[in-house]
Design a protein around this ligand. Structure first.
Ligand code: FAD
Length: 443
């Protein structure tokens, strides 16, 4: 068995990272990316999208699993331009390139993602307010489009297709290779500072002030505290350390702990206890931090998604333009019985090149919600009603439950994107479970 891709080439059950929903007996093809994408309905990377973005559409052609396509093809140390197959993981890139002074200019909160997945979701990081999304740094894509052709696609050669693919969730073509300009870093270590704030308003204020000064910012908030302490939290900022501040040795990979497959550990009481414990250990301070614990704290716990049990969980991530609206959204969340532990705020800058890319100016709030069937659907519906009213927008890479009407109201460029998609795929070959749910793609 191939340990990096167990079950490749035969039928398997698939889930997103939230373990909800589930697709059974899916035929997944996995070997040479160029051959397996021929006639495939969708690519799947490391399955870190939370909901149904990387799950197969009903009745569609097989999926192409990309993680075995992991060759680095070219790297120019003068310009930092890297070309690699789309299945290369960010973990591999970090392991090889960070000790040599290079890093991807944008990283999501896990390094267990592929380059293809980073393009398809047009991922953002703690530096969105200065660096934009990953797609801003992509210089070219090699793609197989729905009619079978393999094309080199750039913002100059095919601007519509290029931009529709950044954040297009794999629905405009299969990405075979990615060319991206890496960032030179002053050292492979991070200088990090942390401050604590007693309520949501002061967290938001501190986050905004920090983003004017720091390249990387985010906040964690307590979603279970109430009254005046609602949304108390910790603002965390960072920058690459200067060589004279950093340890002489490059960081070694961090030890990871395995979460056993126990029945759901995460319920309202444990979530409340975890919030209180995290608040008390997150003391203010500053110092050098390992890049893995700064960027990828959750990666320290392998299979942490099992903590939500068999029913899984959904992540609700929304960007709201006005700071005052976050408290109202959080109050609704609490009223409807919501409780979340991994709750993160991030500053979003201007929208980027991707036609369907998610970020827009404002502050993003991400909540993890245990899956409780209809009650969770009602919760997401309610939050989405509110988000639409306040000009908010949910992130497709996290979504499992949004309804088409809410999605359409949040994405004003949807028709423009669909027109490009249809131009390149008139037969509707490329589909996902998410595109059937949200875009009405026919099974
Ligand atoms: C703990 C955690 C933290 C995260 N933090 C962030 C964050 O901070 N910011 C952020 O933006 N995202 C974040 N994410 C989401 C994650 O970055 C995205 O979902 C990313 O797309 C996952 O990459 P993947 O390789 O696992 O892709 P998958 O989950 O396998 O697929 C995701 C989408 O990409 C498409 N796709 C994958 N490969 C290709 C290809 N070669 N060609 C065309 N389409 C392709 C799939 O069809 C699917 O639509 C986080 C996820 C987790 C689990």
């Amino acid at each position: 068995m191939d340990r990096r891709n167990p079950g490749a080439g035969r039928e398997q059950d698939l889930v997103g990272w939230g373990r909800y929903p589930r697709a059974r007996g899916v035929e997944v093809r996995s070997e040479d990316l160029e051959s397996i994408t021929r006639g495939a309905s969708l690519c799947r990377g490391l399955g870190r999208a939370y909901g149904d973005a990387a799950l197969p559409a009903r009745g569609a052609a097989p999926l192409a699993a990309t993680p075995l396509a992991d060759r680095l093809l070219a790297f120019d140390p003068e310009t930092g331009v890297l070309r690699a197959e789309a299945g290369v993981s960010l973990e591999t890139l970090n392991r090889l390139l960070l000790p040599r002074g290079w890093f991807t200019p944008v990283t999501p909160g896990t390094q267990f993602v592929t380059l293809g997945g980073m393009v398809a979701a047009d991922v953002h990081g703690k530096n969105h307010h200065v660096a934009g999304c990953f797609g801003e740094h992509v210089t070219a894509l090699r793609m197989r489009v729905a009619d079978g052709r393999v094309l080199e696609v750039t913002d100059e050669s095919e601007p519509e297709l290029f931009r529709a693919t950044l954040g297009g969730m794999g629905l405009t073509g299969h990405v075979l290779e990615v060319e991206v300009r890496l960032e030179r870093v002053s050292s492979p270590w991070i200088w990090r500072e942390r401050t604590r704030h007693p309520d949501l308003a002061s967290v938001l204020e501190a986050l905004e002030a920090a983003s004017a000064e720091w390249p990387m910012t985010m906040a964690w908030i307590d979603t279970t505290s109430r009254g005046r302490a609602l949304g108390r939290g910790v603002v965390i900022v960072g920058r690459w350390a200067e060589p004279d501040e950093a340890p002489a040795q490059p960081p070694q990979p961090k030890r990871r702990f395995e979460v056993p497959p126990l029945p759901g550990l995460m319920n309202r009481s444990t979530i409340r206890a975890l919030n209180a414990a995290y608040w008390s250990v997150m003391r203010p301070g500053a110092g050098i931090e390992h890049p893995e614990s700064f960027f990828y704290p959750l990666d320290m716990l392998r299979h942490w998604n099992r903590g939500y049990g068999r029913r899984g969980f959904v992540q609700y991530q929304v960007v709201l333009p006005r700071a005052g609206d976050h408290a109202e959204l959080l109050e609704r969340f609490q009223r409807l019985g919501g409780a979340s532990f991994v709750t993160v705020l991030k500053d979003c800058g201007e929208a980027g090149r991707g036609t369907l890319s998610w970020p827009k100016p404002g502050t993003s709030l991400a909540l993890d919600v245990p899956m409780r069937g209809d009650a969770t659907q009602r919760l997401v519906d309610d939050l989405n009603e509110f988000a639409v009213e306040r000009g908010g927008r949910i992130y497709l890479a996290k979504d499992a439950l949004t309804r088409p009407e809410h999605f359409r109201a949040m994405y004003p460029r949807l028709d423009e994107w669909q027109a490009v998609r249809r131009k390149w795929d008139p037969e509707g070959v490329l589909q996902s479970a998410q595109s059937q749910r949200l875009l009405g793609d026919a099974p």
